[in-house]
Write a protein that binds this ligand. Structure first.
Ligand code: HEM
Ligand SMILES: *[C@@H]1O[C@H](CO)[C@@H](O)[C@H](O)[C@H]1NC(C)=O
Ligand SMILES: *[C@@H]1O[C@H](CO)[C@@H](O)[C@H](O)[C@H]1NC(C)=O
Length: 360
């Protein structure tokens, strides 16, 4: 008798709990806060299996993350103020109007991922703008140490191509870069946070002789090594010298953008840069917040549905902040004037070279 009452009470508790969170159960049995998000589960499965080769944090994830930026940053209130079209932001125009946008100089190499994503947009009932941001958020979740990014669903089709010259170039000055991001609504601190993306990134085209050359020694992990290694003295070019937008890096097999080097050393951004070196939770929170803004540039968020709970929970961080083998604190070029660079252990073992990100 007592156990029957208890069971009834438990059942009642479960029902009221379910009512409180108002979970929708989709036809495949998975749950989400809003029934409108159910259509995303088959798309999630398809991109994890086919586009991201079974849930990797590899080349296609890196390219998909870059694409979220190159689509969204085509957004300029300053141009609109001059009576011109300032771009639709995160609207998918880079896919819809790819013949216009992919030839922009700053979009070098982006046609690969545009071509890879197009069939998914065609196959599933989803706008290009939604697909780009959804694939980016899903992709980032494959990288250990990453935050779980927000995903809002319901962007309408793009109406017009973005104008050229809105995407920052690696040879732009810090002043120009901060002004461009400022126009789109980002503070210098948010620019630094967004560049955590270069922790899971490589370059194919800055030095075309060494495709897949990463910006840090751990391109498959969303960690702070990018912020550490960009602060090391540059000593070598991993391939050929003299490429536009490239400066010397501290490690064989690693490439450094002039813009990343400058942002790490400029008084407007260097302390924020350094603050990420040994603060993974700050890195995650700041990147998540800045990406949430980026993903809805130009969008009316009151018309979007929050489908963030469809994004997988990322795996925990692997490894701890360290200096690459053979390098010490003496190789750090201190730039922040108000705080010392944190003391970090050096990786044991012989000096190594960073392997390229395999193409798949
Ligand atoms: C100052 C601003 C930025 C500049 C100048 C810049 C420039 C670049 C360049 C030149 C590359 C190499 C492209 C290639 O040769 O293949 C690259 C790669 C990449 N960028 Fe940025 N970027 C900036 C900001 C961002 C932001 C805000 C994001 C995302 C939120 C981002 C995500 C990526 C990713 C993930 C890659 C790697 C792509 C791959 O591995 O295929 N970047 N970036
Ligand atoms: C496609 O999506 C739109 C809005 O997202 C929806 O109104 C429409 O019913 C969907 N069509 C199909 C065939 O599922
Ligand atoms: C990490 O950053 C957060 C947010 O800025 C700050 O409150 C916290 O003190 C930092 N932790 C460390 C260990 O520096």
């Amino acid at each position: 008798m007592a156990s029957k009452i208890l069971a009834t009470l438990l059942a009642l508790a479960a029902v009221s709990n379910a009512a409180l969170v108002r979970k929708a159960t989709c036809s495949d049995g998975r749950t989400t806060a809003n029934a409108a998000c159910c259509v995303l589960f088959p798309i999630l499965d398809d991109i994890q299996e086919v586009l991201f080769d079974g849930g990797e944090c590899g080349e296609e994830v890196h390219e998909s993350l870059r694409l979220t930026f190159h689509d969204a940053i085509g957004f300029s209130p300053a141009l609109t103020k001059q009576g011109k079209f300032g771009g639709g932001g995160a609207d998918g125009s880079i896919i819809t109007f790819d013949t216009i946008e992919t030839p922009f100089h700053a979009n070098g190499g982006i046609d690969d991922i545009v071509d890879a994503q197009k069939p998914f947009v065609a196959k599933h009932n989803i706008s290009a703008g939604d697909f780009i941001q959804f694939a980016g958020a899903v992709g980032v979740s494959n990288c250990p140490g990453a935050p779980r990014l927000q995903f809002l669903f319901g962007r309408p089709a793009a109406k017009q191509a973005s104008p050229d010259l809105l995407i920052p170039e690696p040879f732009d000055t810090v002043t120009k870069i901060l002004a461009r991001f400022g126009d789109a609504g980002f503070s210098p601190a948010e620019v630094v946070a967004l560049l955590a993306s270069h922790s899971v990134a490589a370059a194919d085209h800055v030095d075309a002789t060494i495709p897949g050359t990463p910006f840090d020694s751990t391109p498959g992990i969303f960690d702070s090594q990018f912020f550490i290694e960009t602060q090391l003295r540059g000593t070598l070019f991993p391939g050929t010298g003299g490429n536009q937008g490239e400066v010397e890096s501290p490690l064989r097999g690693e490439i450094r953008l002039q813009s990343d080097s400058d942002l790490a050393r400029d008084s407007r951004t260097s302390c924020e840069w350094q603050s990420f070196v040994n603060n993974q939770s700050k890195l995650q929170n700041a990147f998540k917040a800045a990406m949430a803004k980026l993903a809805v540039l130009g969008q009316d968020t009151s018309k979007l549905v929050d489908c963030s709970d469809v994004i997988p929970v990322p795996k925990p961080l692997v490894g701890t902040p360290h200096l690459p083998a053979g390098l010490t604190h003496n190789d750090i070029e201190q730039a922040c004037a108000t705080a010392a660079f944190p003391t970090l252990p050096t990786d044991p073992g012989p000096v190594t070279s960073v392997p390229p990100v395999p193409s798949s």
